[in-house]
Design a protein around this ligand. Structure first.
Ligand code: H79
Length: 435
């Protein structure tokens, strides 16, 4: 089955038809990984490209320790001791409305929350283990409440899920790299992913992590992906089962801008940690957040920016404030971000381009107010007109082969901004890269 045929099937809501039709021997079928491979079918990937900016949330028992989500491993805390944290887990200040509101104010269009991190503690109502949020003083399905609020508000919800599990007894025998994963644990893992795909409505993506000690074959990743494709045909799957999946997940790094057709998402911390770390005050400023987002979109990717709720269930107020500030820029300049794509697959130092339809958006980071500038290597001479996105004020421009694009602003650059966007209309036909 080629890509177009598959795309047609999913258009008809029949992604599960990728599974063997009756009477066709299973061996004659392409593996699922071949279908959710380098090029995701555009319809399934559409929400991802439109959204561009997401909120990552790392919340689990580790928040109580305040020393990041790796504390159990790094401090070699025995399972029996660590699991007692659940008797103290009571984030009474958690309010799904407030979390979604922060994401909305930040201009984020999706939320990806840790349903279970490497510590093995489930933040959702799993029937397959007592090591879950339902068996804490809090006793509520936090992932469920968040998913419900997201669905109500048109925010897309995705689940992070760690394959590795430092708590489950059946995983202990599988801890060593290259040893098989016990069949009992595979059943448990498949069962939990099934719960996530069944009980929380439509999911944007499943974001696997922690699979690196084992091969995709050992994780039975083909089977896992086939199950997800059947339960949630439109849900994207990341690349951390070891199979390519639908999108790449460069961590604290930008993706590959020259690889047309490959979805990617840069996941980043907003300070220096994923899970809450009480000593970490190195917050990215609102301007830095805007820059990270622009760089990702200029390379055809997304930014998934992490926040770390405090043990009481509130998102760190400083993180929330910086996000909201960045969101003010997005409210004024979102046209150049949402659904925008690569114009020139080149990264510059302070100048980036995004494109949508017949418009090219020139992003000038920290451009000093009121000056002209020369921009090398970008030729937009065929454009009909140019103007500031925020104010609509015209911008004059010339082009020479020696100097590249020269912008001359009679009107001073209106506002000091982390990113001043100039729109070029009707520039040379864009070689929009197909997804
Ligand atoms: O969930 C976040 C991390 O916990 C997880 N993926 C993101 C999204 C992750 N990041 N890196 N890794 C897992 C690989 C492990 C890196 C390690 Fe280390 C180096 C483990 C021990 C040394 C990083 C540094 C974690 C603890 C210290």
């Amino acid at each position: 089955m080629n890509r177009r045929q598959f795309s047609r099937l999913t258009t008809l809501g029949l992604a599960a038809a990728a599974l063997p039709p009756a009477g066709v021997p299973v061996s004659a079928q392409p593996p699922v990984s071949a279908l959710t491979n380098e090029k995701t079918n555009p319809r399934r990937g559409a929400w991802f490209k439109e959204a561009r900016f997401g909120m990552f949330i790392h919340f689990g028992l580790y928040a109580l320790l305040g020393r990041s989500e790796w504390a159990m491993f790094l401090e070699e805390i025995p399972v029996g001791e660590y699991e007692r944290l659940k008797d103290r887990f009571n984030p009474t200040e958690f309010n799904a409305k407030e979390w979604v509101q922060i994401a909305e104010d930040a201009g984020q269009r999706y939320i990806t929350i840790t349903s279970k991190h490497h510590e093995g503690f489930s933040m959702f109502n799993t029937k397959l283990s007592n090591y879950s949020i339902m068996h804490t003083p809090f006793g509520r399905d936090l992932c469920g409440e968040l998913a419900e609020e997201c669905h109500r508000r048109g925010m897309i919800i995705s689940f992070y899920f760690s394959l590795m599990d430092w708590h489950h007894p059946a995983y202990q025998q599988s801890l060593k790299p290259r040893t098989p994963v016990s069949p009992e644990f595979i059943e448990f893992m498949l069962g939990q992913v099934r719960e996530l795909c069944t009980n929380y409505g439509k999911l944007g993506a499943i974001w696997f992590d922690g699979g690196w000690d084992h091969t995709p074959e050992q994780w039975q990743a083909e089977k896992l992906m086939a199950m997800i494709a059947k339960l949630q045909p439109d849900t994207l799957i990341n690349n951390r089962t070891g199979l390519p999946g639908d999108f790449s997940t460069p961590e604290e790094a930008l993706g590959e801008p020259n690889k047309p057709g490959r979805l990617w998402e840069n996941c980043m911390t907003i300070n220096d940690n994923w899970g809450y770390d009480s000593g970490d005050g190195r917050y990215k400023s609102p301007g830095e957040i805007v820059h990270l987002l622009v760089k990702a979109v200029a390379g055809g990717g997304n930014l998934l920016l992490n926040v770390s709720p405090l043990p009481i269930g509130k998102i760190d107020p400083q993180e929330a404030a910086n996000l909201r500030d960045a969101g003010k820029w997005l409210k004024r300049n979102g046209e150049s971000i949402y659904g925008a794509d690569v114009f020139r697959p080149i990264y510059y130092d302070k100048t980036f381009t995004t494109a949508k339809g017949d418009k090219v958006y020139l992003h000038m980071l920290d451009w000093p107010p009121g000056v002209g500038c020369d921009i090398w290597q970008i030729n937009l001479q065929s454009a009909r007109k140019a103007y500031f996105l925020e104010t609509g004020q015209p911008v004059e421009f010339t082009h020479s082969h020696a100097l590249g694009l020269r912008l001359v602003t009679r009107n001073p650059n209106p506002l000091p901004s982390p990113d001043t966007v100039v729109v070029f209309e009707g520039a040379e036909p864009l070689k929009q890269l197909e997804i």
